[in-house]
Ligand binder design. Structure first.
Ligand code: PMP
Length: 441
């Protein structure tokens, strides 16, 4: 079917699209004009099954009435309130609701507008926390290879994705990286892999190299989503926790993808039963509908400021839109939807079906690994020599033509459907991907 010219603007030139090969896209635009439940509607009137919850964010699916109404009502009541020195009730209510579902020990919420801003906030808080406690020498940060922590300077510095770093100069000083946990011996493991806990020991080496009194924080995604669903080996996160604790270093979990039900618990910290000092969140906090993020901290982190030197009680950090009323109303309605429909439990219940479905693709052409946890999964393809990413991207285009949305990162296909997904949708998603892979050159 032809694109509906009423729906597609004539001139696509002005909008500089993020993380998109603009020239290619504009030759053959893929355009969504509506969404409801599990489906997008394209400009040529087709239904596309959402296999990715947008960008890992629409955990309750699309156009949920409670969320739509909450936004409309809030916009008509209090559209904006200054974020500094003034409050409004919804920002406090949402913070309490987040803490209600957060791991025990997490007690405070600092609002941002995105995952990237949550990461910057957490890194700054970590350094300032040590300073408030009289340990101003602790400024070094430790990230991990293949980590994704958004695209701002702190995030790409602790992050470990070459393409996101290499064009942007010298980045933050004083950053080291742990090795990634993607090991060939774990290929085709269902759920958490057995091998690799020892990779956390590298943290001791990095700390010894600089001296623990110089290190502020370690940041990792408990499960690395954007670089292809890399799961933590059994025992790995526990080791990171033990080593950081031993040396007085803060542990930050970047839960921008894993937060709000993706793994079958509210947060990965609960799923893996490891308590970090801070967690960065965004995406599922508002079902992706209004931009909002939040950094969640323990009382210890928060109280270091409140009980610290007088000049640090006011934190010199924040955003014009921190706790924005419409975003806060959207967040409350989103958490209410998750709770009322039991969507985190639903993700846990569907996880075994999801696991079997995705692992049924083993043995298809080019498939060299399959990984899964909760309602997230990845299928890794053999790259074409000299043309990395081409094969997986072709699979993405073919799936889109056949009415399902997947995501690719390099030669890895990632899927993370809304938690409202039905078994028939899982069959359609995996079945379509299987058909595409069988025919892929
Ligand atoms: N951290 C992680 C773990 C993420 O997956 C992402 C986004 N995929 C971000 C940070 C950045 O979030 P945003 O795009 O909202 O800035």
């Amino acid at each position: 079917m032809a694109l509906d010219r009423n729906a597609v603007p004539n001139d696509l030139n002005a909008f500089w699209m993020p993380f998109t090969a603009n020239r290619q896209f504009k030759k053959a635009p893929r355009m969504f004009v509506a969404a409801e439940g599990m489906h997008y509607t394209t400009a040529d009137g087709r239904q596309v099954l959402d296999g990715t919850a947008g960008l890992w964010c629409c955990n309750a699916g699309h156009k949920r009435p409670r969320i739509v109404e909450a936004i409309q009502k809030q916009a008509a009541e209090l559209d904006y309130a200054p974020a500094f020195q003034m409050g409004h009730p919804k920002a406090f209510e949402l913070a309490n609701r987040i803490i209600d579902i957060a791991p025990k020990g997490i007690e405070h919420v600092f609002y941002t507008n995105s995952g990237s801003e949550s990461v910057e906030t957490a890194l700054k808080l970590a350094i300032a926390y040590h300073r408030a406690r009289g340990e101003g020498t602790r400024t070094r940060l430790i990230g991990r290879e293949r980590g994704y922590h958004g695209v701002n300077f702190g995030g790409i510095s602790v992050g470990g994705i070459v393409n996101n770093r290499k064009f942007f100069g010298t980045l933050l000083a004083g950053v080291d990286h742990l090795p990634h946990t993607h090991l060939p011996e774990n290929a085709f493991t269902k759920g958490q892999p057995e091998h690799g806990a020892h990779l956390a020991d590298d943290l001791e080496r990095i700390i010894a190299l600089h001296g623990p009194e110089t290190v502020a924080a370690v940041i990792v995604e408990p499960m690395a989503g954007s670089t292809g669903v890399l799961l933590p080996p059994k025992g790995y996160l526990e080791k990171l926790r033990a080593i950081t604790k031993k040396h007085g270093i803060l542990l930050i979990f970047d839960e921008v993808i894993t937060g709000f039900g993706r793994l079958g618990s509210a947060f990965a910290a609960q799923h893996y039963d490891v308590l970090p000092d801070m967690m960065t969140t965004a995406k599922g906090l508002t079902n992706g509908v209004i931009p909002m993020g939040a950094v969640l901290t323990t009382a210890e982190v928060h109280d270091a400021f409140m009980q610290g030197p007088e000049h640090m009680i006011e934190l010199f950090h924040g955003y014009t839109y921190s706790g924005n009323p419409i975003a806060a109303a959207c967040g409350i309605a989103t958490l209410e939807t998750y709770r009322e429909e039991g969507l985190f439990e639903r993700a846990a219940e569907l996880a075994p079906y999801w696991q079997e479905a995705i692992h049924s693709l083993k043995g298809l052409p080019h498939v060299i690994d399959i990984r899964n946890e909760g309602l997230i999964g990845a299928v890794e393809l053999q790259p074409i020599a000299g043309e990395p990413t081409k094969r997986a991207f072709q699979a993405f285009l073919d799936c889109y033509d056949k009415g399902v949305l997947i995501r690719t990162t390099g030669d890895i296909i990632a899927m993370s459907p809304p938690l409202i997904i039905e078994k028939e949708h899982i069959d359609q998603l995996i079945g379509t991907l299987g058909d595409v892979l069988r025919k892929l050159a």
